[in-house]
Design a protein around this ligand. Sequence first.
Ligand SMILES: Cc1cc2nc3c(=O)[nH]c(=O)nc-3n(C[C@H](O)[C@H](O)[C@H](O)COP(=O)(O)OP(=O)(O)OC[C@H]3O[C@@H](n4cnc5c(N)ncnc54)[C@H](O)[C@@H]3O)c2cc1C
Length: 337
Amino acid sequence: MLSKDISLLPYNTFGIDVKANLFVEITEIEDLVQIVKQGNLALPFFILGGGSNLLLTRDVPFLVVKNSIKGKSFNSAGLGKVLVTAGAGENWHEFVVWCLEHNFGGLENLSLIPGTVGAAPIQNIGAYGVELKDVFYSLKAVDLDSGETKIFSREDCNFGYRSSIFKQELKGRYCIVEVSFLLTSEDHIINDNYGAIKSVLNKKAVAHPGIKDIHQAVIDIRRSKLPDPSEIGNAGSFFKNPEISQNHFNKIKAIHPDVPNYPGREGLIKVPAGWLIEQCGWKGKRRGPIGCYDKQALILVNYGGGKGEKIKELSEDIAADVFETFGIKLQREVNVL
Ligand SMILES: Cc1cc2nc3c(=O)[nH]c(=O)nc-3n(C[C@H](O)[C@H](O)[C@H](O)COP(=O)(O)OP(=O)(O)OC[C@H]3O[C@@H](n4cnc5c(N)ncnc54)[C@H](O)[C@@H]3O)c2cc1C
């Protein structure tokens, strides 16, 4: 049922209090198809999952569709693999836990990421050495112009670093309603190369970790360093980690010999955005109710009552400072509306 002037405060992890002009919660694909096919709403659609990658800077003059389509199922794919499908409105972390309970491997490094299954392909969520695309099989989406459903393969999604076709050319064009993953049911692949995971496992004296050990290690690490949105409003990493040329990197290294770095795409060097922001002196800085998180400079926070446009302004000031100091243009990871 459509509701008018609904506060979005409970629907975004930044804790921003703005209103949606029109709001509807859908639990079935058919509900959405009907709304689209009726075609009598002059408003554009905005699809909302868990609101954990979103900065709301104003009242939203759209029809906000809260995706609560549920359901989980699996089929053996043979050769120790299983095809697992989940409704877009399933909570991501609960889905990961459910997979582990069934001894399905592949998602354990992505434990405790907030949000929904349906939003996970949008920015190709990633953490601790694994990205969604590594285990993604296909997704089903509804075209928001025609109401037709379409299946997208991994190639169709054009996944990149915190990116997909749904964040680029097809932004706002489709509502993802179902996602399928190809997981392992035996001979699991253990991704424990990430330094922090190794040190947690060493501390616990786990010499031969299984998928549940990785899951628990990731949870421990995340709980120790990321702010819990139920306590401090935030949307995780605000910016992407930039990739720069070797030449550019050498110039920075000449001044900062300890600059952290990782191999990027096509010979580029990835530099942590949090480090760049910290070097510019923003870590822990507050502007009234908002600020830059004191344990991780990449996260902007709302301590309560902060306004979205002020957080956007803060992010722009930080980005301008990083550009002036390092000549690097930071790109936002968070979707700003
Ligand atoms: C504490 C914290 C830690 C985080 N850690 C990570 C991390 O480690 N790695 C990482 O990648 N991300 C991380 N994030 C970001 C966020 O959790 C993910 O991007 C998540 O996938 C967003 O899901 P959501 O359902 O909340 O999406 P929302 O914020 O509701 O939506 C995000 C975007 O996707 C669109 N969208 C949502 N659902 C659909 C759909 N079904 N169909 C079409 N479009 C849709 C929305 O319109 C919007 O543009 C973190 C966030 C927080 C708060």
